[in-house]
Design a protein. Structure first.
Length: 201
């Protein structure tokens, strides 16, 4: 698949930034790197378009705050956030703010390319709401307990919190969560959250 959409990569970690830039460059993707969200915002007036890939945890302006600032400025470029395991609630907050996808570290080249394809599709004409109907149909197959676990996951709660709220063990939450992923046909947590947010007001 063609990867003609340029990427604006924002990460304060030099080694992580250089590593991902090298990975994208090897896939013939034009990459411009920025050491901070502030550096990107300063350069924004001269940015012609593309996809923004930003880390979540950065000093001064976090990835989440960057997303909110871009929304306020009515910047329509798609955004992908990169997150550590402990930052999942923040990543879900970002998706609620309109982020296309979030990627958990460590991630493969295939995963970042998948996210970029998703971002590119954001500009494609949207088909009739067949996808939304299919998601609702899948959700209808969930048991009451599976829906409760799904609600906890989409709210960004870790398994321990979901277990406490529902009065079950974290291991049982893991089992229900796996069943939800299977029934919803979600390849990963980001896909699951994206599905649910797409059909909820």
């Amino acid at each position: 698949m063609s990867h003609e959409m340029p990427v604006h990569l924002i990460d304060d970690d030099e080694s992580a930034r250089d590593s991902l830039a090298f990975m994208l460059d090897a896939s013939d993707i034009k990459v411009t790197t920025y050491v901070s969200a502030r550096a990107f915002l300063d350069a924004l007036p001269g940015v012609a378009g593309g996809c923004i890939v930003t880390d979540v945890r950065m000093p001064e302006i976090s990835g989440i705050e960057l997303v909110h600032r871009l929304n306020a400025a009515k910047v329509t470029m798609p955004v992908i956030v990169i997150t550590g395991h402990g930052d999942i609630p923040l990543a879900i907050e970002a998706m609620r703010a309109g982020v296309v996808d979030f990627i958990e570290k460590p991630f493969s080249e295939e995963r970042i390319l998948e996210a970029l394809d998703l971002a590119r599709a954001r500009f494609a004409p949207r088909p009739a709401d067949d996808a939304g109907s299919a998601i609702l149909d899948r959700m209808a197959t969930l048991s009451e307990r599976e829906r409760e676990v799904l609600d906890g996951v989409v709210a960004g709660h870790p398994n321990k919190i979901i277990a406490r709220d529902l009065g079950i063990s974290p291991r049982t939450v893991e089992i229900y969560r796996a069943k939800v992923m299977t029934k919803m046909q979600a390849e990963n947590l980001a896909a699951l959250v994206r599905m649910v947010l797409s059909v909820r007001p």
